[in-house]
Design a binder for this molecule. Sequence first.
Ligand SMILES: C[S@@+](CC[C@H](N)C(=O)[O-])C[C@H]1O[C@@H](n2cnc3c(N)ncnc32)[C@H](O)[C@@H]1O
Length: 273
Amino acid sequence: MHNGLRLMCPVCGEELQEDEHRLFCLKKGHSFDKARQGYVNLLPVQNKHSLSPGDTKEMLSARRSFLDSGSYEPVCRTVADTIKKYSPSSSPVLADIGCGEGYYTAFFRKYCNASCVGIDISKNGARMACSRDRNILWLVATASRLPLCDGSVDVLCAMFSLFLPDEYARVLKKGGCAVEVTVGTEHLIELKSIIYDEVFEQHKHPAPCGELFDEAECREYKYKLTLNNGELRALLLMTPHFWRIRREKREQLEATEELTLTVHYWVRALIRK
Ligand SMILES: C[S@@+](CC[C@H](N)C(=O)[O-])C[C@H]1O[C@@H](n2cnc3c(N)ncnc32)[C@H](O)[C@@H]1O
């Protein structure tokens, strides 16, 4: 299999085989074609709760343009260093869950010398990610039933994405590491106080990780970021705030030349027991 990965059929749970054009299981003959761009759709219709789940094309394009500006590169480097610190292997099999358009996955492959699979429920995400790095296997699939064999992954990342302890523990090897990144209380607080009349102080801290993991590290990071008008527009489009913003506020932000924001996030490393 591609990159030493061990994939599981999303329909019957058998291990998948690969040929030039498709992934398939031997016993039951379920077959999944490789798309022209290179990704594979492993999301059976029964696991699809809407016609086009996950982030939209517009959100993904905005995310790509924002991330390519380098604004979150410090986040990327911090996480990559955490991966290196806790990975049980110097050339790990790494799964990035909720990988979006693939910015972080592509960085981790090179920086951590990893064999990578990027998984997202959004077909547009997987399609766009193919243009980031053809050496990564990009899959459309759901985090709640990952198409990965039990105990087959050294490192699993969830970057600003959902964290499902039982399912993630299933696919990790014993001693493998899950790296979770979540936003902190002050994340983009300056933007929120322009968008909303009142910003409620929600104390944000990673949720308990359950019985299957030992917490090796849980640290918060903060830095200031000054965005120009184009970066600000892209940031706005890639976040859920865009759908809640009133017209006059949006116009105000669209006319803003420069805005300094706080980036506040948590990085947690969990070791599979
Ligand atoms: C906030 S975005 C983060 C994307 C990327 N990790 C990043 O930081 O640029 C969350 C991503 O999770 C994906 N997602 C949402 N629900 C999912 C699910 N059940 N399974 C897999 N991916 C999911 C979305 O499509 C979206 O790309």
